[in-house]
Write a protein that binds this ligand. Sequence first.
Ligand code: WT7
Length: 637
Amino acid sequence: MSYYKIENLEQYFKAYKKSVKSPEVFWSDIAEENFTWYKKWDKVLEYDLTKAEVKWFINGKLNIVKNCIDRHLNKKGDKTAILFEPNNPEEPTQHITYMELHERVCKMANVLKDQGVKKGDRVCIYLPMIPELPVALLACARIGAIHSVVFAGFSSSALISRINDLDCKVLITSDGSFRGNKSLNLKSIVDEALEKPSSIEKVLVVNRTGTEIQMKEGRDLWLQPLLDKAPKDHVAEVMDAEDPLFILYTSGSTGKPKGMVHTIGGYMVYTAYTFQTIFQPKENDVYWCTADIGWITGHSYIVYGPLLNGATTVLFEGIPSYPDHGRFWDVIDKHKVTQFYTAPTAIRALARENLSYIENHDLSTIRILGSVGEPINEEAWHWYNNHVGKKQSPITDTWWQTENGGIMIAPIPYVTPTKPTYASLPLPGVQPELMDERRNEIEDNQVVGSLCIKFPWPGMARTIWGDHKRFVETYFTAFPGKYFTGDGALRDEVGYYRITGRVDDVVIVSGHNLGTAPIEDAINEHPAVAESAIVGYPHDIKGNALYGYITLMETGEVRDRDNLRREINQHIASHIGPIAKLDKIQFVSGLPKTRSGKIMRRILRKIAEGDFSNFGDTSTLLNPEIVEEIKDERIEG
Ligand code: WT7
């Protein structure tokens, strides 16, 4: 990407100014110079943010997989595209070259076609972090099918609701998955999900763990024999820039998860450009992002961004604590990792362990450190800087969201001076704005406001699958004509942004975005539960943890509270997933409510935090006496 290469602050400001003054020129220069298109676009951008309508590279024709793989084959056919590091360090690493990846993707594409998958069909992918996962994504994109990855830690009900929301006909899964010294029977979760009525006709199963599983005749097929028979050539489908590439769910503050739709052209240009700008790949680099491909970070910065740049991307199946807490450092040392991108929650967990885990590994190959998923607190930042980067590698604290497609606000390594807890400056093409409650722009420093983006960027989601109205209401209504992020932020005197956290009912737990409403819905289904309110509170490792206030049905029956707590968490685990389990459950005789019946969460949040200093205005409460009770019985620790 020679256009707008940014090697110093002056170049950054120049590129930034250009991107604001002439966004169409800025992005079309990048799109034209760096990718292969079958046909160039007629128009760069059309938009109306009040209606949440955005189109980039209109009538441009392309295939993103041609750009991820085929065009590198000439020069980089033998270069490792995917470096697979298995859960068990004794199992050999796999180096999958661009040539091999091409063959595997073409074969998978042919299998999918053979199973009746056509352009525009949705394919659900429920796989652990094994090579078949990126191969499946790319195979879908190659034939023009829309992939929807469901994180393999999600429960059967989360899986089935996503499958049916999209009418997926084909599901790709595996017999099981490895996680440290445990293995999980994924296929049994799939079987449970498919006991409910569903759109699924075929389930393709990867053999990973060798676990004994049930195969349902006529529905389930082992994938490998089909791949063995499939031709290794495949002509990529010609796609429109605005055809959907994938759908990925993110939780909202209300209702069911939102299927965010990303389209091919804009997403390709944006992830490639941001990967290049932030991670600055060189020919022999080994880049490692520790996220799971079940989340947007994995889509954009394990699969698409790196491959579009012809980089070597590490695919890690394991966990940071197996076989011991030195695993990350061992992998970095073993593969000479040059860019390392992880989450604050992992950093905080590893910072608690003995320094010897890190000190007996050579991390000197690292040039750039990244952080993503939640604000990185100062202590974790310094630990990362001192012990992983040895004060030699800049930390890029990257702020962005599932809805954004790629990194939005982040320091550019070796260009933007870093300041702990500040995500710093917007990337070129990103126009943030802070708004106050009266919908006026905040010009002052150090004033927290609602973070909005006032101009379209190519990577932004285009809609919520099947519900454009909800898309408009969620993101484009609070501040008409702007995209509202749901985050609060402030700016310092030099214009650096600091993200202060969610301003809605979404809590980021260990970097996972959890809506409290869907968890409450799940709990309320438990027969013993009358009502519930969930809030987040600060947690040393996870960033935030969940505190649930629950009222019980009056049955006259005496129940063991600890049993009930376990049952409720079980219920959450099976309805949403183990990541949404509550850390503290307080049974209360009532919830503080306003006269209009709204739960006053602000008070519950303060109690959960242990801050009894100022509950603000409680005059609208119907039952102010309940606050004392809840406070007195707060769960400590
Ligand atoms: C929310 C989006 C971006 C991929 C992973 C999460 C929070 C994310 C940062 C950061 C402060 C951050 C925000 C955002 N967040 N990165 N560097 N500093 N907060 O994607 O699940 O869609 O969550 O994560 O609150 O809104 P997501």
